[in-house]
Write a protein that binds this ligand. Structure first.
Ligand SMILES: [Zn+2]
Length: 265
């Protein structure tokens, strides 16, 4: 784990990257911020989590870090120890944790319940949606500490790294750590309701777009040509042919749209 700080004092704001070692976008954005050393109005902590996995360019070394929180200091696995140390490091901070995905190119925010912080911060981020994952949060950082996660884009792409850079800046501005104004936008809010399992197969296909409603009766995916049909309508989230080992992704419902206030004259 690498920890750095910009500004003096005890930070209440943290930016976290490299929870997954095959998602370098946030790490690059943190390095860029450290090079630029912007003047800040509140101190910020910058943390790169799983350096060992990043070096090897793998999601994890022993097990998925974002499934083993709160971790354990007295254990064999690298990620469980790391989870424990990360919680100590991030205690007292609102943490902005950057990820990337194989399922969707547009950035979106992930929260554990739509609380006041989520309602305040997320509409100021350059994201197209906010997803409440509280039904499926076990073992994730988001259950332990106040955390906003963002999916910055497609894993390993230049665009995801650029998005991560924009997202960090918007986040730090929204919490008053960087000077200036953010742009507030209308933000649809989704809640994950079900996992969409996939059968063991050689080839997987997904025929629908994430965040676009799938009507009942529509064939949305296939495993070795075996079609999966929607029983009822849903919104696909984090759905892709090969992103996860045993699930296609998640089904969500749309809760509301947070409307941005009308612009002042
Ligand atoms: Zn991730």
């Amino acid at each position: 784990m690498k920890v750095a700080q910009i500004g003096s004092g005890d930070p209440e704001i943290a930016v976290l990257a490299g929870v997954h070692g095959d998602e370098p976008c946030g790490v690059r954005a943190i390095e860029r911020l450290l090079e630029e050393q912007p003047s800040v109005e509140r101190p910020i902590k910058l943390v790169v989590a799983n350096e060992k996995a990043l070096e090897r360019r793998v999601r994890f070394v022993d097990e998925d870090l974002n499934r083993v929180f709160p971790g354990d200091s007295d254990t064999e696995t690298h990620e469980r120890q790391l989870a424990h140390r990360l919680l100590e490091e991030l205690e007292g901070c609102l943490t902005f944790s950057m990820h990337s995905t194989q399922s969707y190119a547009d950035p979106f925010a992930i929260v554990d319940g739509v609380d006041e912080t989520a309602r305040e911060v997320c509409p100021q981020l350059p994201v197209s949606a906010m997803v409440d994952t509280s039904n499926f949060a076990e073992g994730r950082l988001i259950t332990e500490l106040p955390t906003i996660e963002v999916e910055c884009g497609q894993q390993g792409t230049e665009t995801a790294a650029q998005n991560a850079n924009r997202l960090i800046r918007a986040f730090l501005t929204s919490v008053g750590a960087l000077p200036g104004d953010t742009v507030t936008r209308d933000l649809p809010v989704y809640q994950l309701t079900d996992v969409v399992p996939k059968e063991p197969a050689d080839t997987y296909e997904v025929f629908v777009e994430n965040f676009t409603q799938v009507e009942a009766g529509v064939t949305f995916a296939a495993a070795d040509g075996n079609e999966q049909v929607a029983d009822e309508s849903f919104y696909p989230v984090l759905m892709s042919p090969n992103g996860y080992r045993d699930v296609f992704g998640y089904a969500a419902e749309k809760l509301e749209v947070l409307e941005s206030p009308p612009a002042a004259d």
